[in-house]
Design a protein. Sequence first.
Length: 315
Amino acid sequence: MLKSILAITMNPSVDISYPLGSLQLNAVNRVEDVSKTAGGKGLNVARVLYQLGSPVIASGVLGGTIGNFIEKQLDETGISHDFMTINQESRNCIAILHDNMQQTEILEQGPLLTDQNEVDFLAHFEKQLENAAVVTISGSLPEGLSKQLYAEMVRIASTKDIPVLLDSSGESLRASLTGNNKPFLIKPNQEEIAQLIQEPITDLTKLQQILTDNPLFKDIEWIVVSLGADGALVKHRDQYFRLTIPKIDVVNPVGSGDSTVAGLASAIAKKDDNIKIMTTGMTTGMLNTIERQTGFVNTDLFAEYYGKVMIKKLN
């Protein structure tokens, strides 16, 4: 049986977009063109993996009518899923697009989970690993779950030699970097690293020094530091690479980091070489930015944009 990439989203949502010419406060605003999408960073990863033709299963926790909507939309798309059901309602996240590209967001907190929910999910997760080649974990945790959850998931996966690609930040990321078992890959940006080490990062030389010297980053196979339009700085074991991308016409940058994770996971699952892993990740990130829809890549353009990624070895 062909093993899948397990894409985890612990706090998924229905992302609702309300486009308005002008937002009127303390008044009735009527919206004609509403879009509702199964949302969450891990679901963006799953969508892009599906578009790339990689076997993928979306997982995490879902509940209520919102959870049912998310599962129905995944079914309609053709994406396999195996969420743990909870007896609470999953969340809505509302984006109001108004007044010349301004965006006002209203984000629900989501369900409040329990210690028992955490125990049950870890059992659910461990069972899913039987058919997993790679795991991606993306985004924040719902309230009630411990900041150690991702670290524990990394530990469980490591007992089965399954690589985990972790795209998180703050205390849940810190906990995963201070345990005995490290993620296979992390994908922070400079600001998230500065938050972890609690000091500013002035340039790429300083960043490289931090990744080399700080014990938080020891024994991580891949560290992919996103630099936005400037590409990425990548550390693979003891080697550093500077990845640059061409200037492109950005339509919607939201979800490009998730698309990068999908590209990296797809190439790692195929056991591609290092250059192909890095180039695939940058390519899928770029392809997402030129599309209006979040978590979408046009695979017909893959070869063209793959050829635009430049990689320079730094040591």
